[in-house]
Design a protein around this ligand. Structure first.
Ligand SMILES: Cc1ncc(COP(=O)(O)O)c(C=O)c1O
Length: 387
């Protein structure tokens, strides 16, 4: 047998001050290390794990599909892909019925940018400060944080950023040269900031007035996370383009860029992905959507998220600036760096993640046991202190 190396040969390209924990197994919101110690997952792999680790329905679907037809290019019809697309579009407003499938969030955003440019014949993209849309060159050009962009210039020209939730600035920035207005309805990586109704309504109005496309990036917020199947439902603003990824196939890589017949009819270009829409990802996607709907995970996220934010509203103001979020996407903005608090949570067996340097993000699997979530909130209270 090949010996197992003690350290991985290929380390992450994200700078990190300490070695990561090694996890060997998962079930629901429980993760175990090699010594058998259980951790409660409050990070859900940045939102991939809405259904927890290895949901049995997804595992069964993957096993069955892998044995039947693991891969076939998108040049052929495959029943499981047809079924997946039907199930996905049935959850969306009727106009959003054209789906391009890829393999990740950044690819879903790249497609949105390309569709907008090749539909409008314009190049300008208006995004928001603090936005995160991915790390390939197009999506990175829409991403805001300097540390993600540094070292890669020149990025793609034509991108501008306006302050998030500043409706006047957005109104002024979107004009007849704009191809795309690209926004997260709740900024995730940027610190968990929900949009104001006015900001999204202005985006919709200005995009329509100027003939640009409006895209909502719901790679992190989609599929029940914010207490609605899609976060935009809360504001009643329907985009021309919607991007999804992360939890869409229950942990199997996938990306989706969904748009309208009108956009597709005006599209003058060519775009494709070899692995996009693989039968394996589609089978996992069918199972994941089935579980999400059947178990009413959006409603669960709404209920548990309200409970969590109510509990966290009592944290001491001298330590905590604000608690924000929607559903089970919760941000605790600290007055200092968050890394030591995350380390103390890990010592107690709870794995949360940051959203920028000072925000502690709680984004647990939507299937988390209520008891585990309450224990996690107790631990947060313990490491931050009570008010
Ligand atoms: C809103 C949003 N868009 C795009 C991405 C990029 O997704 P991926 O890491 O799958 O490329 C992310 C990832 O965190 C995200 O949160």
């Amino acid at each position: 047998m090949t010996p197992v190396a003690e350290r991985p040969a290929s380390l992450s390209f994200v700078p990190s001050s300490r070695p990561p924990l090694t996890i060997v197994r998962g079930e629901g919101a429980s993760l175990w290390d090699a010594s058998g110690r259980r951790y409660v997952d409050l990070g859900a792999s940045h939102g991939v794990g809405n259904l927890g680790a290895s949901h049995p329905d997804v595992v069964r679907a993957v096993q069955r599909q892998a044995a039947e037809l693991l891969f076939l290019g998108s040049g052929y019809e495959v029943p499981v892909r047809t079924e997946f697309l039907a199930r996905l579009t049935a959850l969306l407003p009727p106009a959003l019925d054209r789906v391009f499938l890829s393999n990740s969030g950044t690819e879903a955003v790249e497609a949105a940018i390309k569709f907008a440019r090749a539909t409008t014949g314009r190049s300008r993209v208006v995004a928001a400060m603090r936005a995160f849309h991915g790390r390939t060159m197009g999506s990175l050009s829409a991403t805001w944080r300097k540390e993600f962009r540094d070292g890669y210039e020149p990025l793609v020209p034509g991108f501008v950023h306006v302050p998030y939730n500043d409706a006047d600035a957005l109104r002024a920035a979107v004009d007849e040269t704009t191809a795309l207005v690209l926004l997260e309805p709740v900024q995730g990586e940027g610190g968990v900031h929900p949009a104001t109704p006015e900001f999204l309504a202005t985006a919709r109005r200005r995009a329509t007035e100027t003939g640009s496309l409006l895209a909502f990036d719901e790679v992190q917020t989609g599929l029940g996370r914010t207490g609605r199947m899609f976060a935009f439902e809360r504001w009643g603003v329907v985009p021309d383009v919607l991007t999804l990824a992360k939890s869409l196939a229950g942990g199997v890589p996938i990306g989706a860029t969904i748009t309208t017949e009108a956009v597709q009819a005006r599209f003058r270009g060519s775009h494709h992905s070899t692995f996009g829409g693989s039968p394996l990802a589609c089978a996992a996607g069918v199972a994941a959507l089935e579980v999400t709907v059947r178990e009413r995970l959006a409603e669960r996220a709404e209920r548990l998220g309200s409970m969590a934010r109510e509990r966290l509203s009592h944290l001491p103001p001298e330590k905590v600036r604000e608690v924000r979020g929607l559903g089970l996407l919760v941000g605790i903005e600290m007055r200092e760096r968050v890394a030591p608090y995350l380390a103390r949570l890990e010592e107690r067996g709870f794995l949360a993640i940051p959203a920028g340097p000072t925000v502690l993000r709680l984004i647990p699997p939507l299937v988390i046991d209520e008891e585990d979530l309450r224990a996690g909130l107790d631990a947060v209270e313990e490491v931050i202190g009570r008010g």
